[in-house]
Design a protein around this ligand. Structure first.
Ligand code: SAH
Ligand code: SF4
Ligand code: F3S
Length: 464
């Protein structure tokens, strides 16, 4: 196989959630291991791999456009192939399989979410024999851990602890394209975390569709709180996780926000709706009161914790009164960030057959009202950090100005500051700097780097 991939180039385009991003890192690891070179643009690439998402309709449409745009693009001059190989994986690959090559006849390879490791073999067959090569499996036999990966940043690592989802929220396609929840054995997760720490990784993000139920399938009970303790004990500087389902967030996990050195004071806790009637129709299995109770406990355990959420507007049957319940919940919680989505019907989910008769204009108007509130609340929540000195993990230069560095605060806010003289953003990437915040905006903080090493060590209590 080595021979097939040497002197070839590949480009990966990733859509959707961190699961896909992590899968892309693994694909890059496999292809590089076989001798192929990763490039950034389509015109430099012999092979293009699309890692797709189908959580909302917009994502489907985007894929078709991107694949079509490749049709008439010439191969790189030095290419040894006779045509550009196009492969589609991820959640659309899993959902559509064979159907995709009927819609897009110039696709060479389709693979799914359970068989990443087959990709090199499928590409090789396409290069050597031509034709379409489609392989999608119904489920993964074991937790896939033995694939190499090339991480986007050397100092940050995604660490999947579960794959799949058992929750079947009535609007959501994820359980159908990612399969049932499977946890990765605790020893394996810890072994990876140790390896990362030894390699100089500063931040680990534990990943799963619902990390709170981690371990239920392996140990008969959730062991997420234990897992947090053990990852903390590896000495990692910063620990985060995503995503958390409110019905499974335990008091033990909430407590850890107050006690674990490395666990950062930020939590993404998607509420989806503030109306009990809609929450029930969504099959979320918690109430508004339960959710608000969790927020109260989180703020007791970790005052100043940054909270973020996902909200769907326009779920089938949502009335003005239901929407007002969502609106008032957002006012009450005061999130740092909310990802807002207009409901998108997904064939095969229970919600797809519910009566859905709200006019689009009404839904759009509610959506716009909510977005305004979300921005106002985001601005407000950031104001408490104005004047504080915070520890920032530098990611690199800001997109607009190379003399400005961009990084993340403990609360996961984006922070901008001028690069100190004699240094560069690239050189500082992956290190911690102390920043005195001068201005708090809606979506970022800006300030100046404090030179004195001890002056601004971020203590847990600074989050308050
Ligand atoms: N497992 C995670 C993320 C799921 S997908 C969780 O439970 O939070 C990310 C977000 O997409 C969801 O939180 C939800 O707000 C949104 N989403 C999922 N299906 C959707 C649909 N059919 N229409 C609109 N938004 C949807
Ligand atoms: Fe979808 Fe619900 Fe599972 Fe999240 S918990 S992936 S929203 S089914
Ligand atoms: Fe999208 Fe698949 Fe993630 S549908 S949100 S990429 S699990």
């Amino acid at each position: 196989m080595h021979h097939t991939f040497s002197h070839t180039t590949f480009c990966i385009r990733t859509f959707g959630c961190q699961m896909n991003k992590h899968d892309s890192e693994r694909i890059a690891g496999m292809l590089e291991g076989l001798g192929a070179l990763q490039v950034d643009t389509y015109d430099e690439a012999d092979m293009v791999v699309f890692m797709t998402c189908c959580v909302r309709e917009a994502a489907d449409v985007r894929l078709l456009g991107q694949v079509a745009s490749l049709k008439n693009l010439p191969l790189p001059k030095s290419s040894k192939l006779d045509h550009r190989i196009i492969a589609v994986g991820g959640c659309i690959g899993q959902r559509d399989g064979e159907k995709l090559v009927r819609e897009l006849p110039h696709l060479d390879v389709v693979f799914g979410t359970h068989n990443l490791a087959s990709l090199p073999r499928l590409i090789e067959s396409a290069i050597e024999a031509g034709g379409h090569h489609v392989e999608v499996l119904d489920s993964a036999e074991t937790f896939p851990t033995d694939l190499p990966s090339v991480r986007e940043h050397s100092w940050a690592a995604w660490l999947p602890i579960t794959i799949g989802c058992n929750n079947f929220c009535s609007y959501c396609i994820v359980p159908y394209v990612r399969g049932r929840e499977k946890s990765r054995p605790l020893e394996d997760v810890i072994a990876d975390a140790r390896t990362y720490v030894a390699a100089g990784v500063k931040e680990i993000t534990l990943l799963g569709q619902n990390v709170n139920s981690y371990g239920r399938d392996l140990y008969g009970e959730p062991r997420f709180a234990d897992l947090l303790d053990e990852v903390d004990a590896t000495g990692i500087a910063r620990l985060r996780f995503a995503t958390s389902h409110p019905k499974d967030l335990t008091d033990g996990v909430i407590e850890r926000f107050g006690t674990l050195r490395s666990l950062m004071p930020a939590l993404h806790l998607p509420v989806q709706s503030g109306s009990d009637r809609i929450l029930e129709a969504m099959n979320r299995r918690y109430t508004r009161d339960h959710y608000l109770g969790l927020i109260e406990k989180l703020r007791e355990a970790c005052p100043g914790i940054a909270l973020s959420s996902d909200i769907i507007v326009g779920f089938p049957g949502e009335t003005e009164k239901d929407f007002e319940a969502t609106y008032s919940l957002v006012e009450e919680v005061g999130y740092n960030q909310v990802f807002t989505f207009i409901y998108s019907k997904r064939e095969g989910t229970p919600a797809a057959s519910m009566v859905d008769d709200s006019p689009h204009e009404v839904i759009q108007e509610r959506f716009d009202r909510l977005v305004d509130l979300v921005q106002e609340k985001a601005w407000q929540s950031n104001q408490v950090d104005a004047g504080k000195t915070i520890e920032v993990l530098v990611e690199g230069a800001s997109k607009r100005d190379r003399s400005v560095l961009s990084g993340k605060s403990p609360k996961n806010q984006t922070v901008h500051a001028r690069v100190p003289e004699g240094s560069s953003a690239d050189e500082l990437a992956g290190t911690f700097v102390s920043v005195k915040v001068e201005e708090a905006r809606t979506w970022y903080l800006s300030g100046s780097v404090i030179e004195d090493e001890d002056a601004g060590r971020m203590l847990k209590s600074d989050a308050e």
